[in-house]
Design a protein around this ligand. Structure first.
Ligand code: ADP
Length: 324
């Protein structure tokens, strides 16, 4: 579902093309009319010169006519070029707006879903605990489950808050200092192994890699990449994190064996609210904010993030920092 109904979008497109074609047709018509007028004036001048048998005046009239034609062509082509540049600009701006509106709509649907599920689960768990006398093990299970849901809500709120902070001047308040990236990565992997105890998370982390960044932001980056690798790959497949330093560059790679990312989506997944596929048919939960935040954070610290295909399948997210 999108904010712009298809019929409205079609109407906007039809009106746009109609106006553009009308402007171009009017321009061509002006050119034809001016050129006709020019030719008639030239003919009259040639006739007059012929009557007076003035060869020089005749040649002057022909030259003047040709000069006017060249002038009209020059001006017409310039106008046409300007109109085309403007048309392309408007077309792209409108398309961008429509796309953003659709993504925002998807985001609202996703967020409602993301908010409702943990609240519903938490409510149900608390009601069960209140109404029924459960043994200790079952109680613990419900409490752990409720805490996990609360954690999800917390993450979601943090992501939304951070996204709006990064839009404003607050982005400047993320000051860079020396961070032990190896340590941050080791901690994130350890936490992920506890959180996703049923999954295999491999790691190959070189010791003592330092970069200029912010520790919390690096945690957020790594957690988002690991969460995605887990979320978008089958349960029986491992996920791995590799951190190494080569020629003054620290490279952080998170790899999975999921379905990977189609080439057409490779750039777009870093856009705000962008999620592959259709919100109505998608089975994974999410808001399309995670990778947007990752790329914002990474660029803030002068680094770079890219995604490539894994072999035989899956995705590799690589972030390259300048090592200290
Ligand atoms: P979310 O996961 O909340 O949808 P993200 O910004 O983290 O938002 O990711 C954007 C989109 O990129 C996802 O919807 C998904 O389609 C795609 N994506 C991200 N990571 C992976 C991955 N490891 N494998 C396949 N697709 C991915």
């Amino acid at each position: 579902m999108t904010i712009f109904p298809k019929s409205k979008l079609r109407l906007v497109t039809v009106v746009y093309w109609f106006l553009l074609l009308y402007i171009i047709a009017a321009l061509i018509w002006w050119f034809i009319a001016l050129e006709r007028q020019n030719r008639r004036i030239t003919e009259i001048r040639i006739d007059a010169a012929e009557k007076q048998q003035d060869i020089k005046a005749m040649l002057d009239a022909i030259a003047e006519g040709n000069r006017k034609t060249a002038q009209y062509i020059g001006e017409g082509v310039t106008f046409l070029a300007l109109i085309m540049v403007g048309a392309v600009f408007v077309y792209r701006a409108v398309r961008r707006q429509i796309r953003l509106a659709a993504q925002q709509q998807n985001f609202m649907m996703a967020i409602t879903h993301e908010l409702k599920t943990p609240i519903a689960v938490t409510k149900l768990n608390l009601e069960t605990l209140q109404k029924r006398k459960l043994d200790e093990a079952k109680q613990q299970k419900l409490i752990t489950n409720t805490l996990q849901e609360a954690g999800r809500l917390d993450n979601l709120c943090n992501n939304i808050l951070l996204a709006s902070r990064l839009e404003g001047d607050d982005a400047l308040s993320m000051t860079a200092h020396e961070v032990n990236l190896s340590e941050v990565a080791i901690n994130c992997v350890q936490e992920a192994r506890i959180h996703y105890s049923a999954r295999t998370i491999e790691s190959d982390i070189e010791d003592g890699i330092y970069i200029f960044a912010d520790e919390l932001m690096m945690q957020l980056l790594i957690n988002n990449l690991i969460d995605n690798a887990i979320k978008y790959s089958p349960k029986d497949k491992p996920v791995s994190l590799k951190l190494e330093q080569r020629q003054g560059k620290a490279s952080l790679m998170v790899t999975d064996y999921g379905k990977g990312i189609p080439d057409a989506d490779k750039k777009r997944i870093f856009e705000k609210f962008y999620r592959s596929g259709d919100e109505n048919t998608r089975t994974t939960k999410g808001t399309g904010l995670g990778l947007y935040l990752c790329s914002k954070i990474v660029h803030h610290f002068g680094a770079n993030i890219t995604v490539t295909n894994n072999y035989p399948q899956g995705a590799i997210f690589t972030t390259i920092f300048t090592a200290v």
